[in-house]
Design a protein around this ligand. Structure first.
Ligand SMILES: Nc1nc2c(ncn2[C@@H]2O[C@H](COP(=O)(O)OP(=O)(O)O)[C@@H](O)[C@H]2O)c(=O)[nH]1
Ligand SMILES: [Mg+2]
Length: 333
């Protein structure tokens, strides 16, 4: 877009995209509107934001009047460096992936609809963890509407397919069709639609399971013939481990975070086994906010050891941290 968008705007846009309630949406839309540069190039965007704000206010009002919906929406709190949602048709190998990467114990079975509710687990990557969520299958007849919220809120979606099964390829296409015309879509990269801020795209990997099968190569050829998709592709086997570490690295990379190690001014050595994770581009202020709600206001200065600076350099609160930085926060009592 031609408009020069501020980091604050981009951050609000990211939060808006991942909002789970209309109230959250309204809050971030208002920040976006306040932050958008008010000039000719952004006029269309300003109008779109105003309309969206009005619509969202109406939606909130309407919801107040109506009695509370009782769906079996399962709210899963975000944990760790980021979230990766596993979706796909029946029997694609979704639950087995969760069981492989995490300590969660989902039911794994060679018949469909074994998984009826979403289940989270934490997967390790070096010294941090990120979250993975297994979900019920998506078919032409069956779709849990809370999945929209999970997909929007996630850093990454894994669309899982078993290309070696008779129905696997069609079932994967069914999932793609199902999300095709909704406001929550799968894409090669996350973002909002340039012409409609209500339309969100979540970064997706296509994950083909059963790479241990002797039929796998032929099956993939057939898959590519029938199923066109724009996603980065991974071939894995949760039986012999093929491709699983490459996928783990790529999942972590998609979380788009940096690790920061903190130390107290009185400490000689930092806490090297418990890093904080901040979104790439995050600042000392973001770190303060993660640790304590009034650290940012009591902040005096920080010292940083790491890639971007000489050891122990004194920095201000807007310093952008790098992966692996050690930060000593000096906070007023
Ligand atoms: N050989 C092989 N079998 C797998 C693989 N992934 C899953 N399976 C099997 O495929 C069946 C369906 O797996 P499951 O994870 O329950 O599928 P879901 O319905 O997508 O959750 C189970 O019998 C799994 O053991 C894999 O990579 N290789
Ligand atoms: Mg399952």
């Amino acid at each position: 877009m031609a408009a020069n968008l501020t980091p604050q705007y981009l951050k609000a846009e990211e939060e808006y995209r991942r909002s789970q309630t209309p109230e959250e949406e309204l809050k971030w839309l208002q920040v976006m509107f306040a932050e958008i540069p008010k000039h000719k190039a952004s006029e269309k965007m300003q109008v779109m934001l105003k309309t969206k704000i009005a619509e969202t206010k109406k939606e909130i009002e309407a919801a107040k009047g109506a009695s509370k919906k009782v769906g079996k929406s399962v709210k899963i709190p975000r944990q760790g460096a980021g979230t990766c949602v596993i979706i796909g048709g029946p029997n694609a190998g979704k639950s087995q992936m969760l069981a492989f990467y995490t300590k969660a114990k989902p039911e794994v079975a060679p018949y469909p609809f074994t998984t009826q509710t979403a289940m989270p687990g934490m997967t390790p990557w070096k010294d941090v963890f990120f979250q993975m969520i297994d979900t019920p299958p998506i078919t032409t007849e069956f779709f849990e509407s809370y999945l929209y919220g999970y997909i929007r809120g996630a850093e990454l979606v894994l669309l899982v397919v078993d290309p070696t099964s008779d129905e696997g390829i069609q079932q994967c296409q069914d999932v793609l069709d199902r999300l095709q015309n909704t406001k929550t879509r799968l894409a090669a990269e996350s973002g909002l639609d340039e012409d409609d801020v209500g339309l969100s795209y979540t970064k997706t990997f296509l994950v083909a399971t059963h790479a241990d099968s002797p039929d796998f190569a032929d099956a993939m050829e057939l898959f590519h013939e029938y199923c066109k998709h724009p996603f980065k592709e991974f071939c894995i086997s949760t039986v012999d481990g093929t491709g699983t570490e490459e996928l783990r690295d790529a999942m972590y990379e998609a979380m788009n975070v940096v690790r920061v190690y903190t130390k107290q001014p009185t400490q000689k050595q930092p806490d090297m086994d418990k890093p904080f994770t901040l979104r790439t581009g995050g600042t000392i202020e973001d770190l303060c906010n993660q640790i304590h709600k009034d650290y940012a206001t009591r902040f005096k200065f920080a010292r940083v050891w790491g890639e971007g600076v000489h050891d122990g350099t004194v920095v201000k609160i807007d310093y952008v941290v790098h992966d692996g930085d050690v930060v000593e926060l000096n906070i007023a009592p």
